[in-house]
Design a protein around this ligand. Sequence first.
Ligand code: SER
Length: 875
Amino acid sequence: MKAAQIRSTFLKYFESKGHTIVASSPVVPGDDPTLLFTNAGMNQFKDVFLGFDKRPYTRATTSQKCIRAGGKHNDLDNVGYTARHHTFFEMLGNFSFGDYFKKDAISYAWELLTEHFKLPKDKLWVTVYQEDDEAYEIWNKVVGVPAERIVRIGDNKGGRYMSDNFWMMGDTGPCGPCTEIFFDHGPEIAGGPPGSPDEDGDRYIEIWNNVFMQFNRTEDGVMHPLPKPSVDTGMGLERIATVLQGKHSNYEIDLFQNLLAAAREAVTASGGEGFDPNSPSLKVIADHIRACSFTVADGVIPSNEGRGYVLRRITRRAIRHGYKLGARTPFFHKLVAALVAEMGEAYPELRANEKRITEVLKTEEERFFQTIANGMEILEGALATGAKVIDGETAFKLHDTYGFPVDLTADVCRERDVTVDQAGFDAAMARQREQARAAGKFKMAAGLEYSGAATTFHGYDHLAREAATVTAIYVDGASVQQANAGDDAVIVLDHTPFYAESGGQCGDSGDMRNATSRFVVEDTLKIQADVFGHHGRVVEGAVKVGDTLNAKVDAELRAKTVRNHSATHLMHKALREVLGEHVQQKGSQVTPDRTRFDFSHGQPLTDEEIREIEALVNAEILANADAQAQVMALDDAQKSGAMMLFGEKYGETVRVLSIGSSKELCGGTHVKRTGDIGLFKIVAEGGVAAGVRRVEAITGDNALAYTQKLESTVNGLAALLKATPHDVPARVAASQDQIRALEKEIAALKGKLASAQGDELVAQAVDIKGVKVLAARLEGADAATLRNTMDQLKNKLKTAAIVLAAVDGAKVQLAAGVTADTTAKVKAGELVNFVAQQVGGKGGGKPDMAMAGGTDAAALPQALAGVQAWVADRL
Ligand code: SER
């Protein structure tokens, strides 16, 4: 039975038992920050189990795309080493939400396996949770599985409910005892039954897990009973296909045959040869292309954090396995086409994104191929010492400089029975993080100690505040009671309209004064989360702790900054609209001059895309919609669909900024209406890292100044060309054509000149034993001219050995020619090298014609002078 048929038989069987067929959810869970990737069929029903969400059905069945390559369920390290593990797999499942429970779940499973899939009953084993007598009795009494094939498994993983037969989705969430069904692949395969010491072998394979969902585990470890006992089952499609196709390894099933063939072909085309066609590395590659392609299809891009880093690790691991087989150029992305052919019908998102997936993986490959050879050399060097443990510093260097994720290094080491000093690696990583943190902290707090009251921020609604009290002053990093005229200082106020740098928006500048003193604020930075430090200089009088000051933000600069900040939100929205939902903010910096925005995207933006984004943002500006900020619970913000950054820690309440069609979590300051932005213009686009692009844009008067400057440049060009501005491109193109024509003419003239020189040279040839020998300089010649002249001279001199040289600065270009009747005695290659060696170079060619270069023109006259004697010796 083919995998596709098994999939549909499963779904139809459960449909016939009253289940609704529900589509697979993406591998990237939409709104569950506790999960890196979808790791089980039940993920999309988590809230239904918990009673938070209701569906029109109480029974469902799915074929779910799953990834187990990080987080609680991680099979990455097993892939390639066992017959049954994958980073990506399809999980067939049936679910009951407070409907049927243990008895029906077990009976359905048994009926499907033995009556529809026709598996021999005596090949099936089951496990139950130690305490679950009910499940035991159902298997034994109702279904009739003999006691010797029912294994009870208790808490075997070091804690209460820590068991192979107690399933948890993650550290928190729905969970419960489970019963697993195993298939016995027969005595020819190594391994023991579940619960035995060699249960990890490939003989007894778990094919189906039936979980009896009963609890919700919260962060404090407490098990809360679920509103209604439920059922969640999962059967790996690849494993059941292996059984039904009479195979013993998942990699032998139909789904993998074409992928393995494509892997062999791609590796061979990239330089691999003589490798074992059944190499485990090919299995790793065939497995990884599925995980990587589905992950990219669902919007992830290789990066150095979170999901992006998991993707990077899997991709690089696949590349390393290809490298091991001899691939030396990108090969992995070529498998996408084979995968689309295999699975594109069941999962149309693969087909729809084929081009993008291929490009994303290719870019990552090109990047890693730049460093893998050097990295492997270092790793091979370390392994060659015979050490049984690779030290943490080496692993860190491979990670930091050569882009080897530590599990990739460990994967190579494991093939040689060597381990990696993980603790040493972690220590090196921690050291680097600490250094980076120390460097970054300088600006934020400048190490200032502060224990007074927090600063109240009024700057959302006010640009000036009267009578703010000075709560602390720092000069040269030390807390002082007073700062005097001329002092550079940091002043903390009890309340302020000054925005302190955060969330990418720069700090405000402005001034603070009272009747006697004035302090110019150059920047505002946070000393602590809610303590604002005003950095600047006392320019009049003195400022003392306890003084009151009137604080006033530079309104013009602030207005420029908010225009750029609000435009950033609109641009973020437009980027997602034009490029796709995979666009995620990776960094942003907003100043009065411009906004700089980094985001995930695999390739440069086209001019057309840039125009489209500009048009969308400017349309929002023209619509002149209100901007509104609302403080709300994080949950509500999430539900409202506000954009937030994955992996960012937010407090319980957040500020949601709605402007035009954009809604984003943001603590920054913004325009009142979109029209305040005036004009939006993108001025730069480029790459900052693999898969991360950077756009710079300007607004308002900056945008006007920019277009005016462009206009004056074009006008200036037009004046030089004596054309109208719109004629400039055509005129420049015409000039370039003219230049090209002139260059051609010059080359032709040079050729003529050289051949005229050639005629003179014929007369200089010396006859040595019937062979005309000539060694001469050809002024102003290039390689082509040397060659042409050489041909002419050979024709004219009939029997000859010739060396021609052209000099350009210190560089020498040489050509040697020998007529066919003389090559038995004199070889052009040797002749040219005789001269080349003396001018610091070397070369080569055929016996009748050879070229060489040199770098020491001063030595040329003597070298040429020796040619006659050298040739004479050989005649
Ligand atoms: N959630 C369980 C598992 O993943 C059953 O589907 O094994």
